[in-house]
Design a protein around this ligand. Structure first.
Ligand SMILES: [Zn+2]
Length: 216
């Protein structure tokens, strides 16, 4: 009987082991296809909806252009305290052809009021006798470049620039400022902005750009 009991016990153990193996196998094999199926379904869903999040998330970084790629490359105090936040505007006739005083005005105005479509500094023909452009002591901060009358907002921006230069004339070394057919210079500061004669066009009358001349 003892042998019989031992044999039964052994058989039970054997069956228990088999049962455990069977139990484990179906469990694993049943969940694996399920997992595979779920994964495939998820992948399909992701690829099906992929274009949607791509188009909705793409405008977000471009809509906030504050941390522009070039911004971090520029030293924060490159212009002596003026924190650079973006690329400077394109300057035509800049560099060694303009005076350090003019360069400083351009940098400051550009950082404070830019970005401009273009800033026109030195040019061989200043457009009129006595122009400061051929000597590198003048700059035109273009509000638009289509020759048409600027918008109300652009005109306000132009006045903000002109008045900023006026208010800081001594520090910036300003000789005179022209905007919207008006001129101001330090020697006649008490007269304020003086109306100029009509020169015939939006650009000639300086409606589309504040012109700033410096003394040196
Ligand atoms: Zn000019």
């Amino acid at each position: 009987m003892t042998e019989g009991i031992a044999a039964i016990a052994a058989r039970v153990t054997q069956l228990q082991t088999q049962f455990a193996q069977l139990q484990a196998r179906p469990a694993a094999s049943a969940s694996a296809p399920d997992f595979a199926a779920t994964l495939a379904t998820e992948k399909k869903r992701q690829s099906a909806t992929a274009p949607a999040p791509a188009t909705t998330t793409a405008p977000t970084p471009s809509a906030t252009p504050a941390p522009a790629p070039g911004a971090t490359a520029v030293p924060p105090t490159a212009t002596g305290g003026v924190t650079k936040t973006r690329e400077p505007s394109k300057v035509i006739g800049g560099g060694s052809r303009i005076t350090p005083t003019m360069q400083k005005v351009i940098d400051e105005i550009d950082q404070k009021f830019g970005k401009f479509p273009v800033i026109g500094a030195w040019r061989a023909d200043g457009g009129m006798p006595g122009s400061d452009h051929p000597t590198g002591k003048a700059a035109d901060f273009m509000l638009n470049t289509n020759g048409r009358m600027p918008s109300k907002e652009q005109l306000q921006r132009g006045w903000d620039i002109a008045n900023y230069a006026k208010d800081n004339a001594e520090r910036l070394g300003i000789k005179y400022i022209i905007f919207a057919q008006h001129i101001w210079n330090p020697d006649r500061a008490d007269e304020g902005w003086r109306l100029m004669s009509d020169r015939g066009s939006v650009t000639a009358n300086h409606f589309d750009h504040p012109h700033i001349s410096v003394k040196r």
